[in-house]
Design a protein around this ligand. Structure first.
Ligand code: RB5
Length: 147
């Protein structure tokens, strides 16, 4: 898959490790910044990452900040984005199976890097179950399109 990745200063260090990890899993990566550990505003990076996924310029998006909360809130403002903040592999599996999440948020100050790698690997490898879960997503999509 083609993965767009973005972060603020709280996620920079993890992104530097996750990019080669993703490439090692056979994915291509587009790095949308930020590009050093200087203080920035997470919305400036999470929103363009969401836009890239929403425009199908990337198959999936991964956003990282200190907690993962700021980037997930921002990404979820983009129409068509279902960004899931995950702190363990079970959440990563279930959000793919049930929510068909197209973006993953991680907290670089919350979880360890090995756990982050496992979450990413599970999230990318798990398919959406569909069925009753599709009906639930359709309600969100309908809500978005009516506004
Ligand atoms: C930056 O200090 C921090 O607020 C940010 O990385 C993130 O945790 C926000 O949700």
């Amino acid at each position: 898959m083609n993965i767009a990745i973005a972060n603020d200063h709280g996620g920079y260090e993890y992104k530097q490790i996750l990019i080669p990890f993703l490439q090692g899993l056979g994915h291509s990566v587009v790095d949308l910044g930020c590009h050093d550990s200087g203080s920035v505003d997470y919305a400036d990076f999470a929103l363009p990452c969401g836009e890239a996924v929403a425009r199908s310029e990337a198959d999936r998006g991964i956003v990282i900040c200190g907690t993962g909360i700021g980037v997930s809130i921002a990404a979820n403002k983009v129409k068509g984005i279902r960004c899931a903040l995950c702190t363990d592999p079970l959440m990563a599996r279930l959000t793919r199976e049930h929510n068909d999440s197209n973006m993953l948020a991680l907290g670089g100050r919350i979880i360890g890097i090995e756990l982050a790698k496992e979450i990413v690997a599970v999230w990318l490898a798990t398919d959406f179950t569909g069925g009753r879960h599709q009906n639930r997503i359709d309600k969100i999509t309908r809500y978005e399109s009516e506004r």
